[in-house]
Design a protein around this ligand. Structure first.
Ligand SMILES: *Cc1c(COP(=O)(O)O)cnc(C)c1O
Length: 405
């Protein structure tokens, strides 16, 4: 690095430090370009993206057909609001329902908005259809969850930092330990309207629930008329080696929540998906979003879905992920406590005696691999699902270097 470019990076970091809220702690890399699984910084250094924007880039950076769809839609019409119809929303929602196997979908923008939509929908279903007394609805959530950052959602987080200073919080949420079906059964009562769960916890540290948990939870929800709400914002759309992570246990939720990769890394697109029994509780004026379902987002969403289906990304994720995980498990490292995950959603847990995960991520950065720690002890490897084996081999060799003595 020359003195001139050094100072360019430093000038950028200083500017951001000066003008931005300090609500993140990013690696000190300043990116200016990307294509497929690779990104490059302002000095032209190339890095393999092993985070893919927390799984919002399953299709890779700037996938040509998603960029093509976005550009051509931008030349025609970008925003109507839901006060008028547009010709893109119908085809997008119909494809989304086809892929997910549900009757209806409600388009939003960010993941947190889709979770909020699901909460409102299930509460109203509880009052109008199930017959729960007014303002008594309860939704069961799991310890160590991550469902977004709105005040209602952080109110039922078990992470102190997510809540500290942000109360008072929305009542009506009951917490159980993740993966514990007895606790779920015990928590259900006549006012329970929903069970909100990540089929594999991403931000919580790539935590895989015990086998049978999802299917048992499904049975309990069915038996007690409780809506099974699957937050597949991170796990869905191929990430875990199936189209949806619930598919691993052949579980069909009542409400499915998708986001992140639905926008193909180009534009925020999320959706809450359910059958008419749930969706029809919404009447005009009950709920909305200025940007939700806009023609640009709908065109991008449709193209993003098509890439996942046409390029068989769930199968790729399954094959490449199993290979990568096997290689990591066979590798003897003094620092690795456990390797866990499904498909290309992989967590490498660092032993407490080896410190935290952050320095390993910094060492990977120096070797051309961008990965990010989650929950202090876990390095998450979640590359674009379009990644090729050669690039994954490169990531593996660098990871082995960093994780050996
Ligand atoms: C990222 C994420 C969200 C929140 O999505 P945003 O687009 O950041 O609002 C919710 N649930 C899960 C499981 C996520 O991974």
């Amino acid at each position: 690095m020359t003195q001139a470019t050094m100072s360019r990076v430093e000038a950028f970091l200083t500017e951001v430090d000066r003008y931005s809220a300090h609500n993140y702690h990013p690696l000190p890399v300043v990116l200016e370009g990307g294509e497929g699984s690779w990104v490059w910084d302002v000095d032209g250094n190339r890095y393999l993206d092993m985070l893919s924007a927390y799984s919002a880039l399953n299709q890779g950076h700037r996938h040509p057909s998603i960029i093509g769809a976005a550009l051509s839609q931008m030349q025609k019409l970008t925003l109507t609001s839901r006060a008028f119809h547009n010709d893109q929303m119908g085809p997008f929602l119909s494809a989304l329902c086809e892929v997910t196997g549900f009757e209806k979908a409600l388009p939003m923008n960010t993941g947190a908005e889709a979770v909020e939509t699901a909460i409102k929908m299930v509460r109203k279903w509880g009052y109008k259809i199930k017959g729960v007394p007014e303002d008594r609805a309860e939704i069961i959530v799991c310890e160590n969850n991550f469902h977004g950052r709105t005040t209602t959602i952080v109110g039922f987080s078990s992470e102190d930092q997510y809540k500290d200073g942000f109360g008072p919080f929305t009542p009506g949420f009951v917490e159980i330990p993740y993966g514990n079906s007895e606790a779920l059964e015990a928590a259900i009562n006549q006012n329970t309207v929903g069970f909100l769960v990540e089929p594999l916890q991403g931000e919580g540290g790539v935590v895989v629930p015990p086998p049978g948990f999802l299917s048992t939870a499904r049975e309990l929800c069915t038996a007690n008329r409780v809506a099974f709400m699957a937050d597949e914002i991170q796990t869905g759309l191929g990430r875990t080696g199936r189209m949806f992570c619930c598919d691993w246990e052949s579980v069909r939720p009542d409400v499915q929540i998708v986001g992140k990769a639905l926008g193909g890394g180009v534009y925020p697109v999320s959706a809450t998906i359910a059958d008419a029994e749930f969706m029809d509780v919404f009447d005009p004026g009950d709920h909305g979003s200025t940007f939700g379902g806009n023609p640009l987002g709908a065109a991008v969403g449709l193209a993003s879905l098509n890439v996942i289906v046409d390029e068989k990304l769930p199968e790729r994720s399954d094959q490449l992920g199993s290979w990568f995980m096997d290689q990591l498990r066979e590798f003897e490292s003094p620092h690795i406590k456990e390797v866990r995950g499904k498909g290309l959603m992989i967590g490498v847990v660092i032993k407490e005696s080896s410190g935290v995960a952050r320095p390993f991520c910094e060492a990977l950065h120096a070797r051309g691999i961008l990965a990010k720690e989650t929950h202090h002890q876990v390095i998450r490897f979640a590359p674009p699902l379009t990644i090729n084996k050669e690039d994954l081999r490169f990531a593996l060799s660098q990871a082995k270097e960093v994780l050996s003595a």
